[in-house]
Design a protein around this ligand. Sequence first.
Ligand SMILES: Nc1ncnc2c1ncn2[C@@H]1O[C@H](COP(=O)(O)OP(=O)(O)O)[C@@H](O)[C@H]1O
Ligand SMILES: [Mg+2]
Length: 298
Amino acid sequence: MNQAATLKQWKAYCSFDGAAVDGQEKQSMNSSSHPRVLCFSSGKGGVGKTSIVTNLGIAMAQIGKKVLVLDADLGLANIDVMLGITPKYSIQHVFSGERSLSDVIMQGPGGIKLLPASSGIQELCHLSESEKLFLLNEFDCLEEPVDIMLIDNAAGISDTVMYFNMAAQARVIILTPEPTSITDAYALIKVLSKRYLIKEFSIVVNWTNSRQEAYKIFRQLTAVADRFLGFLSFHFLGHIPKDTSIPKSVRQQKPALELFPQSRACQGFRQLAENILNLDVSGNDGNIKFFWKNLLRL
Ligand SMILES: Nc1ncnc2c1ncn2[C@@H]1O[C@H](COP(=O)(O)OP(=O)(O)O)[C@@H](O)[C@H]1O
Ligand SMILES: [Mg+2]
């Protein structure tokens, strides 16, 4: 990876901290060039994907974005458990024709919308042509516009994990300073780059003691990837500090941004939201319908 570019990113990132967003940055936050569909994955489970995706979504909603969170993790600790909500339906009901997509999308806390998809994930990968067309039409008919969709992907390297990564516009890999989390993140990046030819990754380091520690982890990961995986592009998207407000809010089944808005973790979520909305992506392939078309074509 280009060291000068990394340093530049790092400096830009440092200058965000506590500083007022200047005119230029404000402009790009309000522009429509930020990625619309971001897929959050990790090599290892339990690294904070669901905590980050839900709170990040709320942080974006707080600055006026219409956010849809797609729960794509078949695991046990799903978003609904974390947020104390009980989905009546899943995307599976849309495939079976029992419900429309707008019946399935739920109002989550903090203004976000939630699409429970975990129990329909396997089916999603194996729909017939007519079912695919039906589902695409459902997305076309959605009344509420969506500015940004965040996918809470499962951990590991299963086919469905790959599937969502392929269709999304930006891929965010979450890891922690734990050595197994770093090696598993590397393994995931290896599969995504070698087998699926994905070349660009954004990295979020969770559960950190300091920003310096987060950046050190980022450098460790990218140094190994640069050496063994060839030319890939990595972007240090941000870090979330280790903070008891997260497990406390999980226990209370409410988002940390609602219970402990001033905590360090919540400052991190807001910062991360800004960093994402300031990302500039070119091309016009980022809208939500394009994502579904892409996904269903795979
Ligand atoms: N930054 C953090 N500081 C402290 N605890 C955290 C942090 N991030 C996540 N956790 C805790 O880790 C556990 C796993 O988080 P979760 O978001 O469910 O991970 P995943 O979705 O990757 O499996 C949760 O109990 C959560 O409270
Ligand atoms: Mg999870």
